[in-house]
Write a protein that binds this ligand. Structure first.
Ligand SMILES: *[C@@H]1O[C@H](CO)[C@@H](O)[C@H](O)[C@H]1NC(C)=O
Ligand SMILES: *[C@@H]1O[C@H](CO)[C@@H](O)[C@H](O)[C@H]1NC(C)=O
Length: 332
């Protein structure tokens, strides 16, 4: 898995066990998506395919250093949004679905729920959590392959959103009762994008953020389509609680007013990286020898140039749980 090719297409769906009221704790949480929700499947798959020594930590230290004190199969210095949501509901850390010891909790209500049309999901061992990419389109790969942002926006974004919606329906048909469908972060503020697609034209940057306009436009367009589809699905499945959870606005708020949220006043700087205007170099990534992390990751928005810090995820997940950045708050 290429660290920097996978973060754009983020699908995070968590389906919790059926709860009579939303203040009740859920029994299970399932997560689908890319590196923003990654909790270890690649390591297990690569080790079993022989392409990665199972003793090799991926991603390596200093990933995991802030919270876990060691690499913890997460592209972050600590916990992810999914971990904060699990914590809120009294659930343990999300295990990779490929983990053999991954099992349903005894008495899980979800097991009872899924009496029909369960086989596909069962086969994929959705007992704990899983990360899957729905659809093969990956905006970053398309852009790196030379497609224009305009082209990706007009031709590909509707297809990507359609695939996400189909996946959401599949999970609903398999019994999910509460879902959170996440949009994209502001891609144009990501140091990897700012570096790879740096422009000499000042007009290409947003004056108030220093982020690349077009790439943020793509993310906003994707999000608006996804949001509309979530509204449509809510009408189609009135008994299911479907929330659109937004990465864009909480992240852009931090970029615009970092001090307000306890972050350093250069919010586009990477904590774990080396060189260049954003402390990010695609050839010298976080985790490589000679590349170190900042001493205060909790004051940074960006962890490695493509993923955010635990501090950022903590803030973002709070805006989903308590509002205002989930269209239907996950609880309360
Ligand atoms: C839900 O889990 C939290 C965290 O473990 C716990 O504090 C709370 O009491 C639980 N709530 C219910 C209704 O069981
Ligand atoms: C990025 O890393 C490469 C390889 O170490 C180096 O040659 C290059 O000068 C670095 N670029 C910046 C901007 O630091």
């Amino acid at each position: 898995m290429d660290l920097f090719s996978c973060y754009f297409f983020i699908l995070f769906i968590s389906c919790y066990g059926l709860a009579k009221t939303t203040t009740q704790n859920f029994t299970s949480i399932f997560s689908f998506g890319n590196s923003y929700t990654y909790t270890g499947n690649y390591q297990i798959l690569a080790a079993s395919a022989g392409s990665l020594n199972s003793n090799v930590e991926f991603p390596p230290y200093p990933y995991g250093s802030t919270f876990f004190g060691h690499p913890a199969d997460r592209f972050c210095d600590g916990r992810l949004t999914i971990d904060f949501i699990a914590k809120e509901y009294g659930l343990p850390f999300i295990q990779p679905s490929k983990e053999k010891k991954c099992k349903f909790h005894p008495g899980s209500k979800l097991r009872l729920l899924w009496t029909t049309n369960l086989h596909g999901l069962r086969r994929k061992k959705l007992h704990c959590a899983t990360q899957q990419q729905f659809g093969v389109n990956d905006y970053t790969l398309l852009l790196l392959a030379g497609k224009s942002v305009q082209d990706v926006t007009n031709s590909y974004a509707p297809q990507v959103v359609k695939l996400i919606s189909e996946a959401v329906e599949k999970v609903i048909n398999d019994g999910a009762s509460v879902l959170a469908v996440a949009g994209q972060p502001p891609a144009g503020c990501m140091p990897v994008i700012l570096t790879l697609f740096a422009s000499s034209n000042k007009e290409d940057y947003e004056p108030d953020t220093g982020c690349l306009k077009e790439y943020n436009g793509l993310a906003m367009y994707h999000n608006s389509l996804l949001h509309q589809d979530v509204i449509r699905l809510r009408g189609k499945y009135p008994r299911v609680k479907i929330s659109y959870t937004d990465y864009y606005y909480p992240t852009i708020n931090v970029v615009k007013s970092p001090g307000l949220y306890g972050f350093i006043d250069t919010p586009l700087q990477v904590c774990c990286g080396k060189g260049g205007p954003y402390n990010f170099n695609i050839s010298e990534n976080c985790g490589m020898p000679g590349v170190s992390a900042c001493p205060n990751p909790s004051a940074y928005l960006h962890w490695d140039g493509a993923h955010l810090t635990e501090a950022a995820y903590r803030y973002i997940s709070s805006t989903w749980l308590d509002g205002p950045y989930a269209v239907m708050q996950i609880h309360r």
